[in-house]
Design a protein around this ligand. Structure first.
Ligand code: FES
Length: 134
């Protein structure tokens, strides 16, 4: 077995010789999280060691990224006051403010169940979960 080189941290994009643009930060519940351009909010959170941020309604079991492809809706977050976005398919943008809980997320869940209208996106806001980019 070949010995590993000491003192150098290899990142996944080093392996494919990618040269991404300079990184930036988003805020997750007020905590700065580094982002590589092109990462989703969920990927950035996962990279920062944030593995779960929601709980199941009945048993209170932790939830975060599960399918990673926008199907299961386990990863819902609020980004810049747009509730119920799937973190796994929402691209992070510089300065995004991500909230993982609280009253605004409860309002977003109500909107998903059809008991409350959600934003129309006319102001350029992102689509609510389940609408749009599938
Ligand atoms: S992890 Fe399944 S929808 Fe995001």
């Amino acid at each position: 077995m070949r010995p590993r080189r000491q003192g150098r941290v290899r990142r996944p994009y080093d392996l494919v010789r990618a040269d991404p643009e300079p990184g930036f930060e988003i805020s997750v519940d007020g905590v700065p999280v580094p982002v590589v351009p092109g990462q989703t909010v969920g990927a950035a959170m996962h990279g920062a060691g944030i593995r779960s941020w929601r709980t199941t309604r009945i048993a209170g079991r932790p939830r975060g990224l599960f399918c990673g492809i926008g199907v299961c809706f386990d990863c819902l977050v609020t980004v810049n006051d747009s509730p119920s976005l799937r973190a796994c398919v929402t691209e992070a943008r510089p300065g995004d403010r991500v909230s993982t809980g609280g009253p605004q997320d409860a309002a977003g869940e109500a909107a998903l169940r059809g008991t409350q209208a959600s934003g129309d996106g006319a102001d350029g806001s992102r689509d609510a979960a389940g609408e749009g980019d599938g």
